[in-house]
Design a protein around this ligand. Structure first.
Ligand code: ATP
Length: 432
């Protein structure tokens, strides 16, 4: 993990936030390569969850929502963690994460546990009083529930159907940590799948989504042995859930949740109907009945998933007697898809390489590098997971062919420049 954190800093994947001021507890910034990786992960999710399906639509709701939302959703009352204070050094801890009964920092005496709400508060408008208090959303899901009627009225949706959303959420976690695993500001990818209120259908769709989401991680390169499913025990279920299974990854610090698949029933639509006085039911034309649908929700965290992809891709091997670090990221997720390298720094090769770079840029995130030996340049690309390198050499000048090097096998093939776009598109494989 330390090696990966160092690599992330060194190559501009993830930086500590506000570093020049000493950093802000557990917040992180994504650098030029990190932002590409993160966008690709979201793209991989969106394509699979929305673009390739006919039964799911997208939404992008605001982070700031009417405060009644959080009364209705139960977050104001229930979205709490137990917290104890150290009477001497004033540090705060979650009692379930402590080994003993004394403060792990200074050995001081601890207070009795009390409930601490995890929602960040702020004020809307210039008046800072309780009637202007609003919250930064702790989950994106509520934006979907409060838009339920808008979606029904505008989209001709027939059950079962889903609504997917990617966006920032905020939780004032008592004990953030483990790099980008647990932070106070993070991004979620959530999908609410609405079904008729029927336990048999709920069971079927729940199994379907657990299976579908587990396979997504495998499809995009995580080794199956580093994934497991963990059903929640009754006492750990979230206040809105009647059954949850987590998809966990074997992090260096232990198994940790990437995603939870929850049976939310009609809890959220019931509560919003009650609190808003609006009818949030669905008219089923087949059975000529009106009801509030039930929900099965797969909810994942982008940052945690990104960490898992990086950890799983990180490897060290030896090529031509030289050790190398290589990120074996799926080409679809890799921040840079192709690097264009002139073998020698001769002006004709440089000129040609720049022309090839310009040709590829409209299609792929493309890098260009002419500094140092060719071996060193390959290593630099391997270390950030660039799946393909195109090298321009003396033969290119004669017949307009280049070599295409594969990151994992280091094998090279020669092909015409004119075939590059098709070949790279096929190898990157978004269509798979
Ligand atoms: P945990 O038990 O780890 O606090 P949770 O069960 O509260 O997580 P959910 O409410 O199910 O999490 O949120 C869905 C997903 O959002 C999680 O699977 C996780 O990937 C992500 N997530 C939740 N909290 C955080 C956080 N503080 N930092 C980063 N990602 C988070």
């Amino acid at each position: 993990m330390e090696k990966l954190v160092a690599l992330c800093k060194r190559r501009g994947i993830v930086f500590p936030s506000s570093e020049i001021y000493g950093g802000l507890g557990s917040t992180w910034d994504y650098g030029p390569l990190g932002v590409e990786l993160k966008r690709n992960i979201k793209e991989a999710w969106w394509r699979e969850m929305v673009q390739r399906r006919s039964d799911i639509v997208g939404l992008d709701a605001a982070i700031l929502m009417h405060p009644r939302t959080w009364e209705a959703s139960g977050h104001l009352q229930n979205f709490t963690d137990p917290l104890v204070d150290c009477k001497s050094c004033k540090h705060r801890f979650r009692p379930d994460q402590l080994d003993g009964k004394r403060c792990p920092e200074c050995g001081g005496e601890l207070t009795e546990p009390r409930r601490f709400n995890l929602m960040f508060k702020t004020f809307i408008g210039p008046v800072e009083d309780s009637s202007h208090t609003i919250y930064l959303r702790p989950e994106t899901a509520q934006g979907i529930f409060v838009n339920f009627s808008n979606l029904l009225d505008t989209q001709r949706l027939k059950l079962p159907f889903g609504v997917a959303q990617i966006g920032k959420s905020f939780r004032n976690e008592i004990t953030p940590g483990n790099f980008i695993f647990r932070t106070r500001e993070f991004e979620q990818m959530e999908m609410e799948f609405f079904i008729p209120p029927d336990p048999a259908q709920e069971a079927r769709w729940f199994d379907y989504w657990v299976d579908n989401r587990l396979n997504w991680y495998i499809k995009f390169g995580i080794r199956p042995e580093n994934l497991r499913l963990r059903p929640h025990a009754a006492e750990e279920l979230a206040h809105y859930s009647r059954g949850t299974t987590d998809i966990e990854y074997r992090f260096p610090f232990g198994w940790g949740e990437l995603e939870g698949i929850a049976k939310r029933g009609s809890y959220d639509l019931d509560r919003h109907s009650e609190f808003s006085g609006k009818d949030l039911s669905y008219f089923d034309e087949e059975t000529r009945t009106r009801y509030r649908p039930w929900v099965v929700e797969p909810a994942a965290g982008v940052d945690r998933v990104l960490l898992a992809f990086l950890l799983d891709a990180y490897s060290e091997d030896v090529v031509d007697g030289e050790p190398r670090v290589v990120l074996r990221l799926d080409p679809r997720l890799a921040p840079i898809k192709v690097a264009v390298l002139p073998l020698l720094r001769k002006s004709e090769q440089v000129e040609k390489a720049l022309a090839v770079r310009n040709m590829l840029q409209p299609y792929f995130v493309t890098a260009y590098d002419q500094a140092g030996s060719i071996g060193r340049r390959y290593r630099r690309q391997d270390e950030i997971g660039t799946p393909f390198c195109v090298t321009i050499d003396h033969q290119t000048m004669e017949d307009d062919t280049v070599t295409l090097r594969d990151r994992d096998s280091t094998e090279q093939v020669r092909l015409p420049i004119a075939a590059l776009v098709t070949e790279l598109t096929e190898r990157i494989g978004w269509h798979r």
